[in-house]
Ligand binder design. Structure first.
Ligand code: OOB
Length: 539
């Protein structure tokens, strides 16, 4: 495995292989096999473009030759920042076939994030779009090239420009007829970014073995087949849309992946009707938009059979609206770029689907709920979720000090999520440990206060954060999007109090906002809320 990454212990790896979980296949061969089986079937759709399995396969080979010709080698780290376009998929397979390690960056990333990723990974190359949503990424690329010593090559999807190799130039390379040396399936295929809300992202090494297993297993649980059409609503660089089962799982089962430019229902609903989309995945804030749009939209969503929703907490009132409004089954998903996935299953009891995040996708996933001392808690008790398994990382890239805190001695990843397990083994996420507000010594889960606020009439959305306070250490600050009359702070406190809640959990301050700030992935951006609370305090 690439230096700086933490391999699974040899006996564990051997067990995963013996159990047939790790198949010893690279993602590059997975596409090769799919092209053999599904040849002329449509693999990808974007706008008016349709790309067959066979075309995608040879395209990836041509691009691989192009990258080699332009100096990319096995083990080079390459930051890839592309929107949802077929080139994203072809380029990712091309680099994986060479054995180069992709670092998936999001379209919303700017100079700070890209420099950080290049430095953290020691990247030698950066693949970018010329322009995306009105932003010229070439400017960023030039600055990053100047600032980061390791970076040598800039690859642009767009017109020829000084200092850039275009994707068209890569495609024009003549493939060496000799087959490329096959990368080691147990080695890193790419790096995903941690969704850390407090710091810049860390790099999560994902191996061919672990990711082929994850995407394939996720596809099985979703009962994907060649008859399915998956709509990539979220950025494909996001684990959820890439391989849970996402685009990779769809390609493994012979289906078609449609790439959406935005998650907006105005873009997505017509795609569902036009291509007969059967499955898609999104975060709750996008579902909210879809539910509103479905009320008036005339697009036919009848083909949709499964909607995967995950990434942030949802209340039962909300989950209960999804299936009836969109006319498909809801699947709750708890996931993380680090690995572990839990899905509710099509045949789970209706109430479980509405109120739990389902069960792990693999029997080999190990989940424990532990207290502050690390002692395991019984079913029903809330504590920190820790996990290990065949597709959950054993260490972030190049941060040994941090890894000592983020993992237990026996290799469990400390998720930082507060959760409980039901008697039936379903996971229920209750909040984030780091979103624990410590107010005058009392510990309060932000999620719990948010749930109480959301249960009141006239509140469409609520986010709660801790704000530094000279007397209490922290006080509870609530940001509310109202869809009814706004309550004064004292009325709000009374209303929450009337729900039978301890006084120390009542908000100390409330601010009404037109909407909550969201991260690029559509989760509430608590960092932005904290910054706005801090600037108000100063002012
Ligand atoms: C997904 O991945 P990340 O890496 O962006 O974020 C992971 C974190 C989890 O640790 C948890 O705090 C939160 O997001 N989360 C949820 C959740 N699913 C994820 N919190 C409550 N309920 C859920 N259902 O967000 C992600 C990756 C793959 C599939 C789905 C989501």
């Amino acid at each position: 495995m690439l230096a700086g990454c933490t391999p699974w212990p040899p006996d564990v790896a051997q067990r995963y292989r013996e159990q047939g979980l790790w198949r010893g296949e690279t993602l590059g061969t997975v596409l090769r096999d799919a092209a053999r089986r599904y040849g002329s079937d449509t693999a990808l759709i974007h706008g008016d473009r349709r790309i067959s399995y066979a075309e995608l396969d040879t395209w990836a080979d041509r691009l691989a030759a192009g990258f080699l010709e332009h100096g990319v080698r096995a083990d080079d780290r390459i930051v890839v920042q592309l929107p949802n376009v077929p080139e994203f998929v072809a380029i990712s397979f091309a680099l994986m076939r060479i054995g180069a390690k992709l670092v998936f960056s999001l379209p919303a990333h700017r100079e700070t994030e890209i420099s950080h990723l290049v430095e953290l990974s020691g990247a030698t190359g950066y693949v970018l779009p010329e322009e995306h949503r009105g932003f010229d990424h070439r400017e960023t690329a030039r600055k990053v090239l100047e600032d980061c010593d390791t970076l040598r090559s800039l690859f642009v999807l767009g017109a020829k420009d000084e200092g850039f190799v275009t994707v068209a130039e890569l495609e024009a390379a003549t493939a060496d007829p000799r087959p490329l040396p096959e990368p080691d399936p147990s080695d890193v295929a790419f790096f995903l970014l941690s969704g850390g809300t407090t710091a810049l992202p860390k790099l999560i090494p994902r191996t061919h073995d672990d990711y082929v297993y994850q995407a394939g297993r996720a596809a099985e649980v979703c009962e994907l087949s060649a008859a399915d059409t998956y709509l990539a609503v979220l950025p494909v660089a996001f684990n959820f849309a890439y391989g849970c089962p996402g685009v990779i799982g769809t390609l493994m089962t012979g289906g078609t992946a449609v790439l959406a430019d935005t998650p907006n229902p105005l873009d997505c609903f017509p795609l569902i009707e036009r291509h007969g989309v059967t499955v898609t995945a999104m975060v709750p804030s996008i579902v909210q938009l879809w539910l509103e749009a479905a009320e008036w939209s005339e697009d036919d969503l009848g083909s949709l059979r499964l909607l995967q929703v995950g990434g942030a907490r949802m209340l039962r009132d909300f989950t209960a609206r999804i299936a009836p409004t969109l006319g498909c089954s809801l699947q709750q998903v708890f996931g993380m770029a680090e690995g572990l996935l839990t899905f509710s299953r099509p045949d789970d009891p209706a109430e479980s689907v509405l109120t739990t995040q389902g069960r792990p996708i693999s029997d080999a996933d190990e989940l424990r709920i532990v207290d502050e001392t690390g002692a395991a808690l019984p079913a029903g008790a809330v504590g920190e979720l820790i996990t290990r398994g065949p597709y959950t990382l054993r260490g972030y890239y190049g941060v040994p000090e941090y890894n000592r805190r983020a993992f237990t001695d026996d290799g469990f990843y400390r998720t930082g999520d507060l959760a409980r397990l039901t008697e039936a083994g379903e996971l229920v996420i209750e909040g984030r440990i780091k979103e624990m507000i410590i107010r005058g010594g009392d510990k309060i889960s932000a999620g719990e206060v948010e749930d109480h606020l959301l249960a009141l009439d006239g509140i469409a959305a609520a986010a709660v954060i801790g704000v530094a306070d000279p007397f209490l250490g922290e006080r509870i600050s609530a940001f509310i999007v109202a869809d009814g009359p706004q309550r004064s702070l004292s009325d709000l406190k009374q209303a929450v109090h009337a729900r039978g809640v301890a006084d120390y959990k009542l908000p100390d301050a409330v601010r009404y906002v037109p909407e909550l700030p969201l991260t690029p992935l559509g989760k509430v951006d608590k960092k932005a809320l904290a910054a706005s609370a801090a600037s108000e305090q100063e002012g």
